[in-house]
Design a protein around this ligand. Structure first.
Ligand code: AKG
Ligand code: FE2
Length: 563
């Protein structure tokens, strides 16, 4: 490795880099003087290492970083939007990379989320002593109120008299689930086609990933109707926490999982900005295995287990005397889920895509918000030591949202899910202006973050050129630079010196100062690994991580900012 560190305007810091490990390392030098040589430097610095090290100095806003880019090949997505939003999308590889960078030299730890390091100075401008723990406790109370919402609801439903018709022309079959046989389920399985799944926007048949039979909705009729059952009401109350939001459940597919079938971890492909989730109805048949596992924010739930109906030595073709329950599981579309392998019997499900009905009827008066969040929020804002001069609060939203190129973030505000909608509700109630923003960050390359109020299209990369996205977003997409501050309003991550660091700016960019109440959710750039497993290939919509910005006035007049 040969790297001329004299190019930099400050010295190499003292953290050692362990060169005994294998795997590629990438040096990224965001200094103005090396901009032209960025590629050359990259190509000179690929080392053999396996572990992950990030190495940086911070002096004002001038930063040098060395970061591991992961041993996985980083494929470039086919569309520009995918590239920029790549890390925002559910990608396992992307998440792993993120984790990698967290496990590095601690000096990199970002002050963005309130933590023990988020301690306001002991003296405030009024010279009254500030109790940092008290303030942190108030921030934590808001965080706790946000994170205690479940991303799914589930239960048993009445499956009596359930009848399924399927087939075509003269060959119409009927299954009466109160009294069905294994042979009928086997026949149903044989009438299905092999289920594909979406990988990087292509429909793929790969039985190591999804092994199941599926039938499209125009090939079957089922006597179950979610509108006649109480399911829609449950989804409104338990998932959306808002009984006034109209929900449209679009029948999607019938799936049959015989012995050996499964569907590995994926997120359901978003089919529009109004799609918020999926409903799975598990029909009353006997099977073993086949649990639906949901994973979200580090938690895992195993749902929908059945019990074997037929003892192993009984005649597998005998009439069943069905005592199985029909079950429902509704979850937000960005929740990872997986169907474990069915070891015996047949697991039959009907899936629905869940949409907010058009137009979105969500209103500030009807949202049933957790009063805990509301009072925690008020207590924080009432504290004169909390951002005494006002500014912006940032919330990395807990859910991801379907976007396409040029989507306005305003649309997202109308269809917020779960506790994200509660934050918006509380802010509106307190007359605090809110906006949804995409945060673009080039953490590997520079320390600048840009906030965007719509999803940009990216410049054409076909010629292999790497564009500087930061000036492009600022110039062409009205991007704003973001500075981070702590709970007492002191800037902890400044953009100072940006004019020397960011080439090609046309004019002075807007800059907002943000205290991140919940960790910022960001989208990273070109080299983001993009590997997306969905239940269908999608051309238009992908999930994006979105932030909510809330403008607050100075202590004593928080809502003084014009809404
Ligand atoms: O059958 C199930 O339980 C889930 C199916 C599923 O996840 C899908 O079709 O996307
Ligand atoms: Fe799914």
């Amino acid at each position: 490795m040969k790297l001329n560190l004299k190019l930099m305007d400050h010295s190499f810091p003292a953290y050692p880099i362990d060169t005994t490990l294998g795997g590629p390392l990438l040096f990224l030098l965001p200094l103005r003087c090396v901009r032209g040589q960025r590629k050359q430097i990259k190509s000179h610095c690929v080392l053999e290492k396996t572990d992950c090290y990030r190495y940086q100095t911070l002096s004002g806003s001038t930063r040098t970083s060395i970061s591991h880019i992961g041993s996985q090949h980083r494929s470039k997505g086919s569309s520009h939007l995918e590239n920029i939003l790549g890390s925002a999308i559910m990608s396992t590889a992307g998440d792993k990379d993120d984790d990698d960078s967290k496990s590095v030299v601690s000096s990199h730890s970002s002050p963005s989320s309130p933590s023990a390091s988020d301690v306001p100075p002991s003296h405030h401008s009024s010279d009254k002593p500030v109790d940092p723990l008290l303030l942190m406790g108030k921030v934590k109370a808001v965080q706790d109120a946000i994170f205690n919402r479940s991303p799914f609801c589930h239960g048993d439903i009445d499956g009596d008299d359930l009848v399924l018709y399927y087939g075509k022309g003269d060959n119409i079959r009927r299954i009466d689930f109160d009294n069905h046989t294994i042979a009928q389920l086997e026949e149903l399985a044989n009438a299905c086609s092999a289920a594909k799944f979406g990988l990087n926007q292509q429909d793929v048949l790969d039985e190591t990933y999804r092994k199941a039979g599926k039938m499209d909705s125009d090939n079957f009729l089922i006597s179950y109707n979610p509108y006649e059952s109480r399911i829609i009401r449950i989804i409104q109350n338990e998932l959306l926490n808002d009984e006034d939001t109209d929900v449209y459940a679009e029948l999607y597919k019938l799936n049959v999982y015989g012995p050996g079938s499964f569907f590995k971890s994926h997120k359901d492909t978003p089919r529009g900005e109004k799609m918020f989730g999926s409903l799975v109805i598990i029909l009353p048949t006997a099977y073993e295995g086949g649990e639906l596992v949901l994973r979200d924010r580090g938690e895992e739930w195993k749902l929908g287990a059945s019990t074997p109906l037929i003892s192993p030595d009984s005649d597998s073709d005998s009439d069943s005397n069905n005592t199985q329950k029909m079950k429902y599981i509704a979850f937000y579309g960005d929740v990872d889920h997986e169907v474990l392998e069915v070891t015996s019997g047949y697991r039959v499900t009907i899936t629905y895509n869940l949409y907010y009905y058009t137009p979105i009827t969500r209103s500030t008066t009807s949202t049933k918000v957790s009063s805990v969040l509301e009072s925690a929020f008020e207590r924080l804002l009432d504290d004169p030591n909390f951002m005494p001069n006002g500014g912006h609060l940032g919330f990395g939203l807990t859910r991801s949202y379907p976007v396409k190129e040029r989507s306005s973030m305003k649309t997202i505000l109308e269809g917020l899910k779960g506790s994200d909608s509660s934050i918006a509700f509380v802010c509106r109630k307190l007359s605090l202006p809110i906006s949804a923003q995409l945060l673009y960050s080039e953490d590997d390359f520079s320390s600048y973050n840009v906030l965007l109020d719509s999803t940009p299209t990216l410049p054409d990369q076909d010629d292999g050129t790497e564009y500087d996205l930061i000036p492009y977003f600022i110039n062409d997409w009205d991007g704003m630079l973001m500075e981070e501050c702590d709970s007492s309003g002191h800037v902890t991550k400044s953009i100072e010196g940006y004019e020397y660091m960011i080439d090609g700016l046309e004019g002075e960019p807007e800059c907002v100062q943000v205290f991140w109440v919940t960790e910022k959710t960001k989208n990273t750039g070109y080299e983001t690994s993009y590997l997306y497993y969905g239940n269908e290939s999608s051309v238009e919509y992908i999930y994006a991580s979105v932030c909510l910005l809330v403008e607050i006035g100075p202590a004593g007049s928080r809502s003084s900012v014009e809404a």
